[in-house]
Design a protein around this ligand. Structure first.
Ligand SMILES: C[S@@+](CC[C@H](N)C(=O)[O-])C[C@H]1O[C@@H](n2cnc3c(N)ncnc32)[C@H](O)[C@@H]1O
Length: 281
């Protein structure tokens, strides 16, 4: 197909001004391609801390009740502390509880084939991301945070019925899946499934592993859920606005699950009659 757009015309004009193929190539790569890539990444690129604030505001402004954020994979606590700060910044410490789940002993060994790397040398390594629960606890205490709980152990061991029961009142609004493995992500989500209201946000940190192949890692789970792994009533709907089109954020849907409740029911009938018929409102 013949290229004709404005960008193409500018490029052709610029190319004609520069002598020699080597200089033209250098100019293109360094003065055209690199700035274009940089601008795209800075203006349109996803940054994972942004949506924490969006989700906190959406849930607490729109729905009744109290909420929790569940972080699966805490390690040294880098993002855990950023969650606590977001809750504090928005003045929500009495309405939002943060739960952190980790062995704090680092990654368990790779046991499931869907957790294996497609590139030699890119494997997850057992023991990496070792955290220190006492240190993190002391750090959070020193900062005066009171709205958090740390749960040490494998997800399947610490997600007890007593803990899950808390989520009846403190509805999960955001699940932060940063545990690298397909198997760990599946275990965690399966355990909390029935407590998640439709609309709950699930952020997958490790979606790019293995080129985002849906045959491995967290993308495999997303595909399987949408193919009916937990029934035809459960779905993960991509949220392109929250994820800036990065495929990392989904809305959880469960037709049989608990329901969020609006703070204010609309009183007026929203029916509208014509006012003027151009596209202007
Ligand atoms: C990439 S790290 C988390 C990074 C962290 N969110 C941060 O902000 O730095 C992944 C963590 O998931 C934890 N993890 C993975 N599978 C787990 C499982 N089945 N049970 C408990 N922890 C698990 C590992 O111990 C590891 O600390």
């Amino acid at each position: 197909m013949k290229q004709t757009g404005g960008f193409f015309k500018v490029l052709r004009g610029l190319g004609r001004l520069i002598p020699g193929e080597w200089l033209r190539t250098w100019t293109y790569l360094n003065l055209v391609y690199s700035p274009r890539k940089f601008l795209r990444a800075t203006a349109g690129g996803f940054y994972r801390m942004d949506h924490i604030y969006e989700v906190l505001k959406e849930f607490t402004n729109t729905y009744q009740g109290r909420f929790s954020i569940l972080e699966f994979g805490v390690a040294g606590g880098y993002s855990f502390a950023k969650h606590l700060m977001a809750i504090r910044y928005l003045g929500l410490e009495d309405r939002v509880m943060l739960h952190g789940f980790d062995t704090f002993g680092g990654l368990p060994p790779v046991e499931h084939e869907a957790d294996a790397a497609l590139i030699r040398g890119d494997e997850w390594i057992a023991g990496h991301y070792r955290g220190d629960r006492e240190w993190l606890d002391a750090y959070c205490q020193k900062k005066g945070y009171g709205n958090y709980q740390l749960h040490q152990g494998l997800f399947e061991d610490v997600l007890t019925p007593e803990l899950l029961d808390q989520f009846q009142e403190w509805r999960p609004m955001l699940i932060w899946m940063d545990c690298d493995y397909y198997s760990s992500t599946r275990t965690a989500l399966e355990r909390v499934l029935e407590f998640l209201p439709s609309g709950c946000v699930i952020y997958f940190d490790d979606i790019y592993y293995n080129f985002s192949s849906t045959l491995t890692g967290q993308m495999k789970l997303v595909r399987e859920v949408n193919q009916g792994l937990w029934g035809d009533h459960v779905e993960l709907v991509p949220d392109p606005a929250l994820s800036w089109d990065s495929q990392r954020i989904y809305r959880f849907i469960n037709l049989d699950g608990p329901k969020l409740e609006l703070q204010q029911r609309p009183q007026e009938d929203p029916v509208r009659r014509p006012i003027e018929d151009s596209p202007f409102p």
